[in-house]
Design a protein around this ligand. Sequence first.
Ligand code: FAD
Length: 453
Amino acid sequence: MLKQLITIISDQSRIFTKESIEKQYLSDGLHAQFGEADVLIKPKDTQEIIAIMKLANQYGIGVTARGAGSNLVGSTIPNGGIILDMSLMNNIIELDPDTFTITVEAGIFLKDVQQYVEQYGLFYPPDPGEKRSTIAGNISTNAGGMRAVKYGVTRDYVQALEVILADGTLLNIGSKNVKDNTGLSLKHLFIGSEGTLGIITKCTLKLIAKPKAIQTIVFGFDSIEKAIANVTTILKTLTPTALEFVEQKVAQWGENYCGYKFPLPHAKAYLLVMLDGMDNDDIDKQRQHLINALGQVDYAIPKSAEETNQIWTIRGSLVRAVESVTQQDPIDIVVPINRIADFIAYTKQLEQQTKVRLLAFGHAGDGNIHLCILRDNLDDEQWQQKLTEIHNGLYQKCHELHGLPSAEHGIGTAKVKYFNAAIPLENRLVMQSIKQTLDKKNILNNQVYVNNK
Ligand SMILES: Cc1cc2nc3c(=O)[nH]c(=O)nc-3n(C[C@H](O)[C@H](O)[C@H](O)COP(=O)(O)OP(=O)(O)OC[C@H]3O[C@@H](n4cnc5c(N)ncnc54)[C@H](O)[C@@H]3O)c2cc1C
């Protein structure tokens, strides 16, 4: 097979055989587990991928698509076969301001798309924490992020996709048209499918006009319960661009890591609110409206763009801050927004019961709670035992509260057990039959959830 691959990829510097594959390519964003692969290929265009997929399909060889490898659920940990590293397919193909769309290759970084369109007064709203993730990785995990409360998730911004199926069939799905009820919506099958149904090679993304003014307000509370109790009032008053909750003891990790400080140091918990609007008058009105609605609540408004940036940098660095001190296991649970406080209360109970530190923070506006389970000094056996106990407790609680095991990170290999418990068998069988139709030999990301019976 290697000989045939070499005839497809003329430039051999883009093919890496087993021994020469760097270790990082055998893992995900956590680097806690590693798989194995026979060959890593860096394709440079659609035609090469078509040829690779035809060959892999002919021999029944597994293919793991890889963007930046930042996922947190094990979905790029290969199980032998080929790693398709999309990093060289990172070009902007076309910005079309008249239709508010941009067409890009799959491997372009999110940050590059965001920066590029903003020069033209346009805006790509999806904003997951990892900006050096690729657009196709974002699409394949249906990434959300802080701005989801106002603008929605990646799914809401995908207009068209070029996809190569497992047998090398090329599909062009969707268009630049705003509305589309022309047949079954195939593009929605591929969005969030974690590389199991096809290789995304190009995509056309929807853009909006860039908001002209933004403002951040930090609200301080003397407990996390009181902070969460104000979320509904905020959402009834207006739709913020971002609405994040974080406890002071969690914020401290980010403060120490970044060397910046949150305002209101006496508060025990914060709600971070971002507003955007047409101009400063619009923002002032929104802010006043919100402050009136919340009544007697402590708040601070950053005095400069630099201070604003520091606040969001602290919030954005929480995971990295934890990882700089100890190994962590990330949780990405979603519960109905009126159950966030119940879930947080449970995490505190679990923390006491297991004597393992749990740091909760997240997207209060959409009920998405991120939790870092800290390993600290646990040895391998203790860590696995504690993880199982904590996972079982958390996902059971999530189920009781009518939540779901993943809001935006996906299932990958890490959450299969909880996916199977949360999703009815009938639904899983439909998913498997779709997988079987599109990938008869089960070669695409065959390690992840959809194949699990
Ligand atoms: C610090 C940090 C903060 C984060 N914060 C958030 C957050 O706030 N909100 C949020 O939603 N997510 C968040 N994430 C998760 C993040 O959204 C994902 O890690 C990211 O979207 C994956 O992009 P990637 O390019 O790294 O893809 P990879 O990790 O390489 O791949 C992810 C999945 O997509 C598949 N895939 C990749 N490229 C293709 C392709 N071309 N065709 C088909 N399948 C493909 C892979 O096989 C895999 O299943 C965070 C991650 C980190 C590390």
